[in-house]
Design a protein. Structure first.
Length: 514
DNA sequence: CGGATTTGACCAGCGC
DNA sequence: GCGCTGGTCAAATCCG
């Protein structure tokens, strides 16, 4: 019973505190972090048990220097094995202290236990590293494949259209890259004319837009790392106040297509009674409005975990089913994320990449039988939708669906004001959809898309990563009203959206926690 | 008292 | 040009 509780602390809303976006988030987050650190920190154990366990200090030595400590909490929580042992260990320690003279056996047992935990810790780290490596490798391969695909499409179109301009070139890359980061700044000519500024949300915004082309071919691992502190606010313009003259200027200077790209969103839907899901971040509510067509008000939140973080999110209940909570994130955090948040962030990034790449359906279960690394999940079935009906594409991970194969859908409306890369326009899954003339050619190469899609969908790394992230959410029993510890919500799935690590994206997580 | 939330007002984009 | 809608601001209010 102890184990579940720990998972709650780490995964649920503890990072977000008890009240949505409230001060409680900070406290909760801190506590959780400590929990994770404690869990893995042998040094702490050593300190606590020092008086009782003076011998073999090396056995309690912390993990090797330089070894990453981040993410560990997440994976441990997700797949943990040794975590549950902690309480028992502590009990042993206590008893050992009080009866040290007569409990040498306990000391020995305790040492053995610590050794075992240490081994498990190393194994878990190793597994984590391996997993992350595979995952990022897959992403890199995907990006390369998409890039090649776009080039081929462009060439073929030119041949077929006798030199007519192809819509693919610029936009294709833009859409392929959801990623943020803006680290690589770009040689984009449009930027050269802009006034130089120090890093700021606006600046990042601009950089992000202009760097889109390059990002398309930049490995996600480089573009975004969990510990990435680089300000990468590629927040979409829609989230940025348009009252600022400077912003207006920047907007004008940017290309229309770039704007569209920056508005890309990624979302996840889930059921939850809580007013707001816990996503490991601290949010401040700055507005609420009634949206057309939905009796439920839409709340607007801004990330306050770090100054200058431009990530914002919308929280609204589904009009059709009020038990479904839809949280939409947009922009990238310019600060480190809690492990729980990073898990979802990575997952959504992968999902978005997959969707944007043109993949439409994955027949794979989220549970990867080959790895056995992740346990089957009740909400294994997830549907992701990419919709361009809005001025910007929205990727939605629907966790409200009954168990079943994962489905990834892309939707594109004919009214889309910007051109999308070939892969983006493969509406096979969207009946009745009409594509702009310039996009029609995309249908000429369905087989390629299918191939890419199948490759991605069948990749164990992706499905495993997705499964892990979702599982972590499911494991969070606490309600996620965004405030971690909200007791009002029933134990259930609480989405812990990583903050959208999507470059310019808005991640909507709807949690199904009923 | 400081920080978070509420809520009406304001602004921009878009369609007619 | 006007109205609608979405998004944001900021003063008032609430709360710990």
């Amino acid at each position: 019973m102890e184990r579940p509780r720990r998972m709650d602390l780490l995964h649920s809303g503890d990072y977000s505190g008890n009240d949505p976006g409230g001060a409680g988030d900070r406290g909760g987050a801190r506590g959780d972090v400590i929990q994770e650190v404690d869990f893995f920190s042998k040094s702490r154990q050593r300190d606590e048990a020092a008086s009782c366990l003076p011998e073999n200090p090396e056995k309690y030595s912390p993990s090797p220097p330089g070894e990453p400590s981040i993410n560990m909490g997440l994976h441990l929580l997700t797949m943990n094995s040794g975590g549950s042992q902690q309480p028992a260990v502590e009990e042993k320690k206590n008893s050992g202290c009080s009866n040290s003279n007569s409990n040498s056996n306990k000391l020995v047992a305790l040492q053995a236990e610590l050794d075992r935990l240490g081994d498990e810790n190393r194994k878990l780290r190793s597994m984590l590293d391996h997993l992350m490596k595979n995952y990022t490798d897959l992403q890199n391969q995907l990006l390369l494949a998409m890039q090649q695909q776009a080039r081929k499409a462009e060439d073929s179109q030119k041949d077929n259209m006798n030199g007519m301009p192809s819509p693919v070139p610029l936009t294709a890359k833009q859409f392929m890259d959801p990623g943020p980061t803006c680290m690589q700044d770009t040689e984009d000519p449009s930027k050269s004319g802009e006034e130089e500024e120090e890093p700021s949300p606006l600046r990042n915004h601009l950089d992000h837009a202009s760097s889109f082309k390059e990002q398309a071919i930049v490995p996600l691992t480089k573009r975004r790392l969990p510990t990435d502190n680089i300000p990468s606010e590629q927040t979409s313009p829609s989230w940025v106040s348009n009252k600022s003259p400077k912003q207006a200027q920047e907007r004008n200077s940017d290309q229309t297509s770039e704007l569209a790209c920056r508005k890309a969103r990624v979302s996840v839907r889930a059921r939850s009674d809580a007013p707001m899901i816990s996503d490991g971040c601290q949010w401040r509510k700055y507005g609420q409005k009634m949206a057309k067509g939905n009796p439920c008000p839409r709340a607007y939140y801004r990330c306050t975990m770090a100054a200058g973080c431009s990530v914002r999110k919308q929280v609204q209940r589904c009009a059709e089913d009020k038990t479904i909570l839809i949280t939409t994130y947009e922009g990238n955090h310019n600060h480190p994320l809690p492990p729980a948040a990073m898990a979802m962030a990575n997952t959504t990034t992968a999902a978005a990449t997959m969707l944007l790449s043109g993949s439409t359906t994955s027949k794979d279960s989220l549970t990867n039988p080959t790895t056995g690394f992740y346990q089957p999940m009740p909400y294994a079935s997830t549907m992701a939708t990419l919709s361009a009906s809005a001025p910007f594409p929205t990727i939605t991970l629907d966790l409200t669906q009954p168990p079943g194969p994962v489905q990834l859908h892309r939707q594109q409306t004919p009214a889309t004001p910007f051109s999308l890369p070939l892969p983006m326009y493969m509406p096979q899954k969207v009946p009745g959809m009409v594509l702009p003339p310039g996009l029609q050619f995309g249908q000429q190469q369905p087989s390629v898309m299918d191939t890419v899609t199948a490759a991605i969908a069948s990749d164990p790394n992706f499905t495993s990563a997705l499964a892990a992230a979702i599982k972590s959410i499911m494991a969070a029993p606490r309600s996620s009203d965004g405030t971690a510890g909200n007791s009002t919500s029933p134990p259930a799935l609480h989405v812990v959206p990583g903050s959208p690590q999507f470059p310019q994206s808005c991640t909507t997580f709807s949690t199904n926690t009923n």
